[in-house]
Design a protein around this ligand. Sequence first.
Ligand code: 8YV
Length: 320
Amino acid sequence: MTQPSGTGDMRPEILMMNALPQWDMEPLEAAYRIHRYWEAADKQALLARCQNVRAILTTGHIGADAALIAGLPALEIVACFGVGVDGVDFEATRARGLPVTNTPDVLTDDVADLAMALALAVTRRLPQADSFVRAGKWKSGGMPLARRFFGCKLGILGLGRIGLATAERARGFGCEIGYFNRTAKPGLPYQAFESVQALAGWADMVIVTLAGGAGTRAIMDRAAIQALGPEGYLVNVSRGSTVDEDALIEALQTGAIAGAGLDVFLNEPDIDPRFAGLANTVLMPHLGSATTATRRAMGQLVRDNLAAHFAGRPLLTQVD
Ligand code: 8YV
């Protein structure tokens, strides 16, 4: 319960949009008076008590919209737990000169690991094989043969930190790497493609690693999905918004592509129910950064950014 103002409590007030683990909540509670958005039954009543709130602590996905920002007259900073910041209304933050921070780098390797795990799981059909053994079907015959992953042509959509870490791992699997990126990355042993469709047409598998947001909405469009072809695979560890989901589901249903490994969806966690009926997919509940070590590091970084702000020191990872 947040204490009422005027009790001599000098801790800055912050608004938290979502719960964080106890290892973050304890130091946060020691440093700040916390308003818990996710717990409030009456959000408007909560916001009316937030007139002295100086920071929003949110995720990139939940973000902070214009109405929320407008309702917090004392707001000074938006701190995101996560590398993505697609849920933040930057017009609103810029209009008020509010800095936005995120948690890059600390999660890069976990997300790249998960991209490789999905690439292997979907081609080698690991979940299906696991169910096959558990259901006792092994005694009555073997499983159908799977697709080889090593040595494939791997298209990386978005060659930022996570894309580069994924490419490095894929090189270990002998993959030939192509990519599409807003800006070419010279000096790398990877082939740059002029369009997403051209990348998908070349690749055996496309892994989507770029940032979400308006600039990348459905960048993996119907034509690019179709260009993968009936032997092609899609893996997405970025945001559901980067893929035309209707076109993807249709391509998976009709066999226009071979399969998909997906960690991210539109409308998480209330995802399109058609995914559950697709046998050629491996589905994960957005776990890219979900290891204890990484989540601890993300929590530390978000707290370090807030502490820096309130101490008047430079922010560690300001994204805007
Ligand atoms: C989430 C992510 O932030 O960093 C990102 O952009 O998508 C994830 O790491 C994490 O699931 C917490 O919401």
